[in-house]
Design a protein around this ligand. Sequence first.
Ligand code: NAG
Ligand code: NAG
Ligand code: NAG
Length: 517
Amino acid sequence: MAAVPWTLSLMTFLCCGTHAHCLASSYVAAVYEHYVILNPEPRVPLSRREALQHMRQNVQVYEQQAASAAYQGAQIVVFPEDGLQGFNFTRSSITPYLEEVPDPQQESWNPCVHPERHPNTEVQRWLSCMARRHGLYVVANMGSVQPCSSTGSSPGSSDSSSGSPGSSGSVPCPADGRWHFNTNVAYRSDGLLVARYHKQNLYFEDAFDSPPRAELVTFHTPFAGTFGLITCFDILFRQPTVALLEKGVRQLIFPTAWMNQLPLLDTIQFQRALSLGANVTLLAANIRSDELLMSGSGIYSPSSAVYHHAQSGDPEEGRLIVASLSALEPLHDPLPTGLVPQGEQGDTSAGSCPAEGCSAPHTFTSSMMHDPFTFVLLRGAGGQLSVCDGSFCCWLQYQSTHTNHTELYALGAFAGLHTVNGRYSLQVCALVKCAGTEERSCGQEVVQADTKIDFVLKGTFSTRHVYPSVLSSHYTLEQPTRLHTTPRGSVTMEHSSMSGGLVTAALYGRMYHLDPH
Ligand SMILES: *[C@@H]1O[C@H](CO)[C@@H](O)[C@H](O)[C@H]1NC(C)=O
Ligand SMILES: *[C@@H]1O[C@H](CO)[C@@H](O)[C@H](O)[C@H]1NC(C)=O
Ligand SMILES: *[C@@H]1O[C@H](CO)[C@@H](O)[C@H](O)[C@H]1NC(C)=O
């Protein structure tokens, strides 16, 4: 190993204090939120030379950031989805941007050392040399192409790191005889290609195909053990995210180009929620674009969150985040996942009001994230209330510690299939600030809040996959004071002494087993 920069030992010291045990297992990670230099006409086909000239401009920014990350002691740097080419290509106009990425399970290749081995692989050489030059692992996202024959054979047939069959069954080779994949690539600090992952859950990406089978891709590092790779929309689905966790992977790398959607799916909010709910580390790198509502990147462990979220009016620019964190060992005894056994549910105290101080309140339906939530309003400075959507119930005990009477709050419950911009099944309990003073404004997007609330929020879920979050005014994350889960599906989140006004407190349950295929 090269000499360790002084910043590394300083950060390790800050993180770990005097616990010698901690020193051995801590490492420094960096994520870069990138303001992409765009092709202004992504639907117009370019030559390969022009496409490379375009991507070169973005790679030059990556190069500076990799240097800065390495200088700050980072051992790994993560760049966002679509960060090299941008968005809105057609299947044909993306072509000059694509490269064939060989399967690292089949072939050991260092593009920086042996660039001539595969033709038309300039982007891979740039990234590999970046890792080698700065002596750190580099994870980036790019477009890749893989020829296939329409007669039925499929690529990467014996990829040993992709052992688990996907739920998608066998997808035929596209009619033009080529797969176009949205691809994460990872390079070791000497430039060796160590992982290649093809995004499973595409989000309105006309230029790309889903791989024929869902891939579970991991790579090993000497400083932190194993990392798994996912991309953007993947984070909401069993394949590959939960499938990786079920294999014992506890550190996920997450290039993304995520359009923010309050009150439940803001970037940093869901990044934090996944890390907390699954008890894992997440290295999340997003694009920065005001027009596309993209910002929010961070480095999350179950006990820490170092993140950045642009505020309205901030200059539109990139941001490097560097943090020290402890490597998470794989759990030998993974937590129970999946369904809560039938018949064991129904911790009755969660769903219904205790007799005292809790009358049956007026409920109303309002749309939140395009889903019909059933809401009750919070009235007065404190109390307890519950709300149910069918047999799924949420319960809240609360006490305002800083009250602003112009602000309206509501407790909402939703159980069902989300159907807009993706289809996935949910059970959600959420305490939200309403955007206005009317019932129908509850569930709408709001960024600023003044009221601070100590609360206990509880739901009885039929899934074990529940992702908790507390988001306060102007995109500030708060660490819940206490989280508690019972084997019977009851999840309790307590929080007090808020630092800012409450925007959303949510328990976001994913009912993967009810997702349509
Ligand atoms: C891409 O297209 C969408 C609509 O399809 C549009 O809203 C967005 O602004 C476009 N983005 C770019 C970078 O051209
Ligand atoms: C999270 O993982 C750690 C080990 O890294 C374990 O000690 C802890 O009990 C886990 N927390 C929960 C809530 O499962
Ligand atoms: C109360 O909240 C509103 C809306 O969030 C805010 O505009 C106003 O400044 C707050 N009032 C006080 C007295 O802080």
